[in-house]
Ligand binder design. Structure first.
Ligand SMILES: Cc1cc2nc3c(=O)[nH]c(=O)nc-3n(C[C@H](O)[C@H](O)[C@H](O)COP(=O)(O)OP(=O)(O)OC[C@H]3O[C@@H](n4cnc5c(N)ncnc54)[C@H](O)[C@@H]3O)c2cc1C
Length: 304
């Protein structure tokens, strides 16, 4: 279990008024009032305690591939985890990963160790911590299929150990959506399916190549904006049927290749993306009777 020491001089880690757009795949959003990249778990505790004591709202940012940050930026303190908590180690039949480990790195590590089951993660550009929160998935598989347990830090400085049933992992959902200030710090995965590393690597490469044929070439997106609704056609199909392919609002453009992707075709603002999302939700509901639910997180709104 991760340890819980609190370092002194923690406020030295904090950068003020730091631009956030470059830390997101959409390249959109204002600045963080305060940004800190914890080097380790001790820093996490220190920063959480500082935010708690000072009454600062607390935000987390991994690789920024599933967030839309408001044009006005974020108040309080944002913990940037893309380069933090990078531990990745085998423990017998398990693989333990820090929350900041990228999903492609996790998939490659499992392949190198000679285990299959993680290939679907190779093309998802996020971190382990955020992936647990939303039960990230692809190719009909999700994190729930390989996850054994996670450790979560709470703003009250508790360290909780949770299993998949306790996390309530479902279709792009988990208990953590109800507790957005709980930080996943570490996750443990089952290494259950031994396989030839070269075969696993070839399968990963094939999945990544397949993805490239389906997804837009412009990397400035957040992946799928809306969840695929249960018992209805895929969100991309519904948005295309509502006539949105290529639809543009300023520099926010619905991809012609995959209508569930909204691209930043230049200098799109968060306001333009939000207005386009609302327009899509309204029209899909009016024309097809389906209420699309956002997959992407709006910050700070969704944490207010
Ligand atoms: C091109 C592209 C393709 C994509 N394809 C897929 C796909 O196939 N399947 C899929 O599921 N997703 C996909 N995504 C979405 C995204 O990559 C995943 O949701 C990913 O898990 C987000 O990770 P992140 O580190 O970028 O999270 P961020 O965008 O940085 O954060 C997302 C949310 O998680 C919270 N968070 C971040 N770290 C933690 C933590 N340690 N503990 C608790 N909460 C945390 C943040 O507060 C925020 O609310 C795609 C995105 C892009 C851009």
């Amino acid at each position: 279990m991760p340890s819980k020491n609190i370092p002194k001089n923690i406020s030295q880690l904090i950068l003020e008024n730091h631009p956030l757009a470059p830390l997101t795949t959409w390249r959109i959003g204002g600045a963080a009032a305060r940004l800190a990249a914890p080097a380790d778990l001790a820093d996490v505790w220190g920063l959480m305690r500082l935010a708690y004591d000072r009454g600062w709202p607390l935000f987390f940012l991994g690789r920024g591939s599933n967030v839309l940050i408001d044009d006005a930026g974020l108040p309080g303190l944002t913990l940037h985890l893309a380069k933090s908590l990078q531990g990745l180690e085998r423990h017998g039949d398990n693989l333990r990963a820090g929350a900041g480990v990228s999903l492609p790195r996790l998939a490659q590590a499992a392949a190198r160790l000679g285990f299959s089951g993680f290939e679907f993660l190779a093309g998802i550009p996020g971190t382990v911590g955020a992936a647990v929160r939303l039960n990230a998935g692809a190719e009909g598989q999700s994190l729930a299929g390989v996850l054994k347990r996670v450790w979560v830090a709470t703003p009250q400085l508790q360290l909780l150990e949770l299993t998949p049933p306790e996390l309530g992992l479902g279709n792009r959902t988990s208990l953590l959506l109800n507790f957005p200030h709980w930080l996943v710090v570490e996750a443990e995965f089952n290494l259950a399916h031994p396989a030839d590393p070269e075969v696993v690597k070839a399968r990963m490469a094939a999945l990544i190549a397949q993805r490239k044929t389906r997804q837009p070439a412009n990397p400035k997106s957040c992946g799928s904006v809306f969840k695929n609704p249960a018992g209805a056609p895929a969100a991309g199909w519904l948005i295309e049927a509502a006539g949105f392919k290529g639809h543009r609002l300023g520099d926010a453009v619905v991809s012609r290749k995959h209508a569930n992707f909204i691209l930043n075709a230049g200098h799109a603002t968060a306001a333009q993306i939000k207005a386009l999302m609302t327009e899509i939700q309204e029209k899909v509901w009016q024309t097809q009777g389906v209420a699309l639910e956002r997959e992407v997180v709006l910050l700070p709104e969704d944490l207010a």
